[in-house]
Design a protein around this ligand. Structure first.
Ligand SMILES: *Cc1c(COP(=O)(O)O)cnc(C)c1O
Length: 438
């Protein structure tokens, strides 16, 4: 088989689940942390290997010609039900399918797809949903590369966009969606919490607004980038999102040793996105998928510990005389912003481990602090086992216009911190020591 173009035309569906899959004991539905050890994998199909081997193959052998034809009847939609097995590694492979099954478990999504990076997941989602003249309505700010993708790349193909601030009220969301509704809105795209403002998006309000303004076939799906809090601390499908996007590079991968992405959602949406992934080949490779399977086994352990560490570190930092403010979701309940606190209560089960630290002073003080850290590493990214610290104004957001930086609170005294799974008191000692250098 040299040409798989026909298979590109429809998504196909994943192979049937392995025999004897345990999802329940009596009436008890198993928790994701338990399912991560075995879900979607049958050792007896791999010589009894407890762990899935890494399937390094570009294509899959059909048992006979009729079976091959049957595959393609499924893949091309001649027969309903999709492909019944694996065909070609640009479409899928065993490691990726097990990963997809397990990713879906965390948010009780109908289906999931694995990608070569968070950005390839987002790009594939956009390409599968929009056409020239369509509008993407999005919350702002977004991850910088996502903003570039919408405005500078999709913009070249005639796609338009409108945005509302991440913390917008129902009325503000209504205003923007109503304005957009004069054209064809292909997608509502959210990111919560926004980086580095930490503003939470009211997904319930966005869904209610969408349902009030659009009807029937005109209703655009709501997709949300859940990289910062998911899947442990936020599950936006429950608040009315249709599609969830991940950079699995962050908490899900969790060891700062891989780059990957994921998309979760309803079968219908996932089939549309799969079609695009099959066509352009943005799937993750088997080795990365295998590493992610290992990561998911400890996801709850790692994220819980990082979350507990962050709570302790933020308590310490908030009361330090050289600190102006700590932008940490766990402090919303005691702050003045009742709306954000309300969204937090309705949408989040934890405050995460990535936050904004505003030191008293400016760049000089921030750099002195960063340069004095001994445990925390000076690097961008987040969600790894190790604590990372960076300076958004001088690094990730260096090219952002001065006015917009001010509007987003990206000031020279801002340090972004992602707390890892080290000993919390060691981390506090590191920050206390570094603050002495300020
Ligand atoms: C890192 C990140 C991305 C991009 O993911 P990659 O895996 O680097 O491609 C997208 N969204 C958010 C919120 C991120 O933090």
């Amino acid at each position: 088989m040299t040409d798989a173009t026909e298979a590109d035309l429809t998504g196909g569906t994943p192979r049937p689940r392995p025999e004897g899959e345990v999802e329940k004991i009596g009436d008890r539905k198993l928790k994701p942390a338990t399912m991560m050890m075995g879900h979607g994998y049958d050792p007896m199909l791999s010589e009894g290997a407890l762990k899935p081997p890494i399937f390094l193959t570009s294509t899959f052998v059909f048992p006979n010609a009729a079976a091959g034809k049957r595959h393609f009847e499924g893949v091309t939609g001649k027969r309903p039900g999709g492909a019944e097995g694996l065909v070609y590694s640009r479409f899928n492979g065993p490691n990726q399918e097990i990963l997809e099954d397990r990713l879906a478990v965390w948010e009780e999504a109908e289906d999931a797809l694995a990608f070569s990076s968070g950005m390839s997941a987002i790009a594939t989602l956009f390409l599968s949903m929009v056409k020239p003249g369509d509008t993407i309505v999005h919350s702002g700010p977004l991850y910088a590369a996502t903003e570039t993708l919408i405005s500078r790349i999709l913009g070249r193909f005639g796609v338009q966009w409108l945005d509302f601030p991440a913390g917008a009220t129902r009325e503000e969301i209504d205003t923007v969606l109503s304005k957009a509704a004069s054209g064809n809105v292909a997608l509502i795209y959210l990111e919560s919490p926004a980086n580095p403002t930490n503003a939470l998006v009211d997904v319930e309000a966005v869904a209610a607004s969408r349902d009030a303004i659009f009807t029937g076939d005109n209703k655009p799906p709501i997709a949300i980038d859940n990289t910062f809090l998911g899947p442990l601390w936020a599950q936006p499908l429950r608040q009315g999102a249709d599609i969830v996007v991940y950079s699995l590079t962050k908490y899900a991968g969790g060891h700062s040793d891989l780059v990957a992405g994921g998309v979760l959602g309803t079968k219908a949406h996932i089939n549309t996105i799969r079609l695009m992934r099959n066509t352009i080949g943005t799937i993750c490779d088997p080795n990365t998928a295998w590493m992610l399977l290992r990561s998911l086994e400890t996801l709850e352990l790692r994220m819980s510990r990082a979350g507990e560490n962050a709570a302790k570190v933020c308590e310490f930092l908030a009361s330090h005389p050289k600190v102006e403010k700590v932008g940490y979701l766990g402090f919303l309940e005691r702050g003045e912003d009742k709306r954000q606190a309300d969204i937090y209560r309705r949408h989040c089960t934890g405050a995460g481990s990535t936050f904004s630290l505003y030191l008293k002073g400016g760049e000089k003080e921030a750099f002195a602090f960063l340069d004095a850290l001994k445990i925390a590493k000076l690097a961008v990214s987040l969600g790894g086992t190790e604590t990372l610290a960076s300076h958004p104004a001088g690094m990730t957001h260096l090219s952002v216009a001065e006015e917009r930086k001010q509007a987003l609170g990206i000031t020279d005294n801002l340090v972004r911190i992602s707390i890892g799974v080290e000993d919390a008191d060691d981390l506090i000692a590191d920050f206390e020591n570094a603050l002495k250098a300020v």
